[in-house]
Design a binder for this molecule. Structure first.
Ligand code: SAM
Ligand code: SF4
Ligand code: SF4
Length: 379
């Protein structure tokens, strides 16, 4: 496990203070990046902590009792998150996804959801607000989240078999509690619910068909099961290509058990390829992040727990928006217009397309900076 030891500076990912134009003009929504992609989604990580230790995301050997998570003082407050979200909405963002770490571990998260739900687009529309969770405490929180304005939820679930599930979350958490969370979310009206399964060949790929069967029979159209290719995010999970099960193989296995037909993408920038059961029993999705890169339509920006903006899941460098919000010893806090202009400048210079370039690149980017970890930046 020696190669899994990472330095204590782990969370101090390289970040710069974004440049502020001298005379910021009005914010222009919908501006495209260098590859013509508009800014549409903002993923907001609300904590870097988690009660699971999924082997592909926060391996126990690295994220142990000695690991330094971010101190409370460096986290963005709910007011700061909401202020930034308002600025992003003025720049064209229409969808917010709360993530982490495990977002439901952040205290009073429903209060943040209510603050975000009060935001409006320039033409008076509310935002699409959703959340990705491991489901462990969802049964207790689903109703309050819905009441606060959450529209939908995505639950991660890597196996139906209890032994396999406990081994994957590596904290002996029972699958029944996550299934109970999904039931509670359905009862609260947080649907359609998406359930995400990360597939690792040789670890949980035998669970593909049983999970598909269970979701079809138990939840029908209320739940869309999606299979995600195991990705080489971060630097701690010991990723190997031979543990990736291509989505085409997932579709083949399910089609053999329950015949499928292809569906159209539901929205531009949609990461999942959609398939319907021919017998009308619902739909599934596959997210081919490794074998079929979808950078061309990637319209997502990511905000870390302590306010760094990342333009790509595989970026090694962030942009310190918290320094603009709070000011620094060298610079005073910025206005909304200044922050908006800084973000617009960053987006217009964006040319990230890591997945398309994967293979031609090295695991560690040049310059010695490590890529961000998934629990830090969110999925
Ligand atoms: N804790 C929450 C959860 O698990 O849903 C939210 C954060 S988690 C980082 C977001 C998503 O990233 C989850 O669906 C998780 O399965 C996925 N994920 C984490 N590491 C991954 C990897 N190496 N490859 C593919 N997906 C991964
Ligand atoms: Fe936690 Fe989600 Fe990462 Fe699993 S995938 S360790 S639940 S943050
Ligand atoms: Fe978007 Fe980066 Fe993923 Fe490509 S690799 S889809 S640019 S987050």
């Amino acid at each position: 496990m020696g190669e899994h030891v990472i330095p204590l500076a782990d969370l101090r990912y390289a970040a710069d203070r974004p440049a502020i134009p001298d005379q910021p003009g009005p914010l222009v929504p919908g501006a495209a990046d260098r590859l013509g992609r508009p800014l549409h989604d903002l993923r907001i990580s609300v904590t870097d902590r988690c009660n699971f230790r999924c082997t592909y995301c926060m391996p126990k050997e690295v994220f142990d009792a000695q690991y330094s998570f971010l101190p409370q003082s460096s986290l963005l407050s709910f007011e700061e998150i909401t202020r930034l979200a308002r600025i992003f909405v003025a720049l064209g963002v229409r969808k917010l996804r709360l993530t982490g770490g495990e977002p439901l571990l952040r205290k009073n998260l429903d209060a943040l959801v209510a603050m975000l739900a009060a935001l409006r687009t320039p033409d008076g529309q509310s935002l699409d607000i959703t959340l990705t969770t491991n489901g462990s405490v969802l049964a207790r929180k689903a109703a309050a989240l819905k009441a606060a304005g959450l529209r939908r939820v995505t639950v991660s679930l890597d196996a139906l078999d209890d032994t396999v599930f406990r081994r994957m979350n590596d904290v002996d958490f029972p699958v029944a509690d996550v299934l109970g969370g999904i039931e509670a979310a359905l009862a609260a009206g947080l649907s359609p619910i998406k359930v995400n399964m990360v597939v690792k060949r040789g670890t949980n790929d035998q669970e593909i068909v049983p999970l598909a069967r269970h979701v079809r029979e138990r939840f029908g159209h209320g739940v869309i099961l999606r299979f995600i290719e195991y990705m080489d995010v971060g630097a701690t999970n010991g990723w190997r290509m031979d543990e990736v099960l291509p989505s085409a193989e997932v579709v083949r296995r399910i089609d053999e058990a329950f015949p499928l037909c292809a569906l159209q993408a539901s929205a531009p920038g949609e990461t999942a390829e959609r398939w319907a059961y021919r017998d009308g029993g619902g739909e599934i999705g596959v997210i081919s992040s490794v074998t079929r890169a979808f950078c061309r339509d990637c319209n997502r920006a990511r905000l870390s727990t302590e306010g760094k903006l990342f333009m790509c899941l595989f970026a090694s460098r962030g942009h310190d928006l918290r320094a603009l919000l709070r000011g620094t010893p060298e610079a005073s806090p910025c206005t909304d217009e200044q922050i908006g202009a800084a973000i617009a400048g960053l987006w217009s210079g964006r040319d990230d397309r890591y997945s398309e370039l994967r293979g031609a690149q090295q695991a560690t980017p040049p310059g010695g900076h490590r890529r961000v970890e998934m629990h830090y930046i969110g999925g």
